[in-house]
Design a protein around this ligand. Sequence first.
Ligand SMILES: NC(=O)c1ccc[n+]([C@@H]2O[C@H](COP(=O)([O-])OP(=O)(O)OC[C@H]3O[C@@H](n4cnc5c(N)ncnc54)[C@H](OP(=O)(O)O)[C@@H]3O)[C@@H](O)[C@H]2O)c1
Length: 290
Amino acid sequence: MAPLVLITGAAGLIGRYLLCTAPRWAPQWEVKGLTRQDVDLTDERALRRLWRDLHPHAVIHCAAQSRTGPCQQNPALARRINVDATAFLAELSADIPFLFFSSDQVFDGAKGWYVETDPVNPLNVYGETKAEAERLVLQNPRHSVIRVGLNAGTSPTGDRSFVEDMRNSVKDGTSLTLFTDEFRCPLPAGMTARAIWELIEQNRPSLYHLGGAERLSRWEIGQALTSWYPELRGHIHPGSVESYVGAPRPPDLSMNCAKLQGLLSFPLSGFRAWLAGRTSTGMDLWDYPD
Ligand SMILES: NC(=O)c1ccc[n+]([C@@H]2O[C@H](COP(=O)([O-])OP(=O)(O)OC[C@H]3O[C@@H](n4cnc5c(N)ncnc54)[C@H](OP(=O)(O)O)[C@@H]3O)[C@@H](O)[C@H]2O)c1
């Protein structure tokens, strides 16, 4: 019988890509996705029952309150799912590989090109919850933390990735300001999924950074997407993060991913290079694998 891996947050952006790519990248695993409909991850009794029934051999924990705005508005709720539920899942998975999805937002963005050993200093509640959960998860040497950058793709609900956000924003003719002074290392969610499957197969528990190779401003990201989404043209405008009102935003969250890259069989390419390579494939932009 194939070993069973559970994926939490399976109806979210990255969880869905993990499920869809499993037949290609993880055929040796039996893969079961858990959505909110299957179990509320803050329900400890239900989780205990589920673990007893399923006996997973590995867990990939994607579920989270992944938006900075809602975390900032309701820190207690954000903490329940991002910290408490993560800690409980890690406890249930004490004897098996457990991969926790953290975020580049654990950093303050003052420096950029962060390596795994750089000190964390989150600026917003979302980042604080991720940094706290990381500390708890890494107490177990069998467990891993993956800090991921901005992921592109399509989600089941159509409102999870930054690409969907951009397209939804301009739908009714509204103009969208994209910051020229905020930098990220975006990557397609399918590439994230492939890297995770390779990592879980190698079973090298540690703390890893996973992002694209190219550091881009939000404005540069938007411009790169206009050849795929012409509706963005004329509706996206350059601006400064200084005019933003809301949860504090780290300016430069570029990450050095050399540690993980050294374990992978494929390059974590830059976002624009990856987009350019898609022009002739004729498949949906975000389909993966290719
Ligand atoms: N996508 C990115 O660019 C990015 C960047 C950095 C880090 N990350 C991290 O990577 C992980 C995956 O991100 P994602 O983009 O796939 O997130 P996502 O699309 O928001 O998916 C998260 C999923 O978790 C579920 N969930 C939340 N609370 C739950 C609960 N109490 N019980 C059961 N399910 C619950 C959500 O269900 P509902 O929809 O019903 O709430 C959602 O389906 C997250 O930990 C996120 O913080 C993502």
